[in-house]
Design a protein around this ligand. Structure first.
Ligand SMILES: [Zn+2]
Ligand SMILES: [Zn+2]
Ligand SMILES: [Zn+2]
Length: 440
């Protein structure tokens, strides 16, 4: 058998790392998939190529995250390799060794935000975001779309690209009123300089194939067609499956394979999915076959009965209403900044963030320069109940001269009052600067 599309795969089950041995996010998540892939002979197919995951460097982490107080404090070796697996696929894709690729790695990453004090929702650093910054820095890719199909809202990825009009983030997820992390509503559509470029599509519990694929067809694909990304990344979380123990959706392996055929991701990176035996091996096999352009019609999980998991009309109706609302927001994205945020030279916000995995509570205040020419320089001041504190300044990719100048003037003026460290991410120069604050 020969694949119609050359598809790269990376497996990294992280054998020696788990939050604890019985935690749903553990290495068996991928061991069953690996078995299935071997049993089905997927790796014997001409054109499906396995790669060994590389490792990311601290410099690559530093483009994306402000880690307290350095990457090693919040990452294990497994985190370096998991993100490294995404990097390996991204490089193989850019070097044209493959037509598309799927990084089957863990620990996952989409709940990790720009500032990192510890683990949130089983995530410490954001694999896709780190990979995207590699695509931008090393290969000059300009417009990227991320479609997050994990059942949970990709709040970390949203946070990292919140002010970035060049990275379109679309998240489909179970309604935040009914599931962790409790966010991802349609009115979260991006910061002032990137209003409209974050798209949240909350779906009711019980959403099955029809509703999910309706949303892809009628909402996600038209937006992607307008945005015209150079690369489509899929945060391929598999916890929408009807057998998943920690969510309430009714999606199937066939549904995931069809979704992949519709979306045509260039790069997929595994996120969640906790139905370790009943779903993951089948969902992953379906996605791999779909990416390779092969027949997946025979991939079915034991006990699959489409009639039993069909959504009712009320659910479908609610989904259609949400899609209409999302498309309206997208259509008015040019006027959205002034309508939602008003006209100001600087925008400020403060918020608190919980790290449920590590039990840390963080306070943040942020200031952003309003800019018509680029994503805008911003500064985050962050402190936690562990008594760590940091100021982080970010000069965005493609920054205008004024935003570059303001970034450095903020960095120079920041004397570290009350902070352990002060950092500057200079994305145009691809530099990371750091100085000690005066906090003991
Ligand atoms: Zn999601
Ligand atoms: Zn999830
Ligand atoms: Zn600017």
């Amino acid at each position: 058998m020969k694949a119609l599309k050359k598809t790269g795969l990376v497996f990294f089950p992280a054998f020696d790392w788990a939050i604890d041995p019985t935690h749903p996010e553990r290495e068996e998540r991928l061991l069953y998939t690996q078995d299935q892939v071997f049993e089905e002979g997927l790796l014997d197919i001409d054109g499906i190529i396995e790669y060994k995951p590389g490792m990311i460097t601290d410099h690559e982490v530093g483009r994306t995250h402000f880690c307290l107080t350095k990457p090693k404090h919040v990452m294990t070796e497994s985190h370096y390799i998991s993100a490294g697996g995404a990097k390996t696929i991204a490089r193989a894709f850019m070097e044209k060794e493959i037509d598309n690729g799927f990084a089957l790695v863990r620990p996952p990453g989409h709940h990790a935000m720009r500032m990192v004090h510890g683990g949130r929702g089983f995530c410490n650093v954001n694999n896709e975001a780190i990979m995207i910054e590699i695509l931008r820095s090393e290969y000059g890719v300009k417009r990227i779309a991320i479609v997050d199909t994990d059942c949970h809202h990709g709040d970390g990825t949203q946070d990292i690209f919140w002010h970035d009009p060049d990275v379109l983030f679309i998240s489909l997820h179970q309604d935040g009123r009914t599931l962790y992390p409790g966010s991802g509503f349609t009115n979260e559509f991006g910061g002032p300089n990137a209003a409209g470029y974050t798209i949240n599509i909350p779906l009711p519990p019980g959403t099955s194939e029809e509703g999910y694929l309706y949303t892809i067809q009628n909402c996600v694909l038209p937006i992607l067609e307008d945005f015209k990304p150079e690369i489509i990344v899929n945060s391929a979380g598999q916890d929408n499956h009807y057998s998943d123990p920690i969510t309430n959706m009714n999606f199937s392996a066939q549904g995931y394979a069809k979704l992949t055929t519709m979306l045509k991701p260039d790069i997929a990176v595994l996120e969640g999915g906790y139905s370790i035996e009943g779903a993951l091996p089948y969902v992953n096999a379906g996605i791999i076959l779909s990416m390779a352009g092969l027949d997946y019609s025979k991939v079915t999980e034991p006990g699959y009965d489409p009639e039993r998991i069909k959504e009712d009309l009320r659910t479908l109706d609610a989904i259609k209403k949400t899609c209409d609302q999302v498309l309206q927001i997208w259509d008015m994205r040019d006027e959205l900044k002034i309508k939602a945020y008003g006209e100001k030279p600087f925008y400020e916000r403060s918020r608190s963030i919980t790290y449920d995995t590590d039990g840390i509570w963080e306070r943040q205040s942020e200031i952003l320069r309003s800019c018509e020419e680029c994503g805008g320089t911003f500064k985050i001041r962050s402190s936690s109940d562990r008594d760590y504190s940091m100021a982080g300044i970010h000069i965005p990719v493609g920054a205008c001269d004024k935003c570059k100048e303001i970034g450095y003037s903020w960095y120079d003026a920041e004397n570290g009052d009350g902070h352990n460290i002060v950092c500057l991410q200079d994305r145009p120069k691809d530099e990371f600067h750091k100085k000690k604050g005066n906090k003991k």
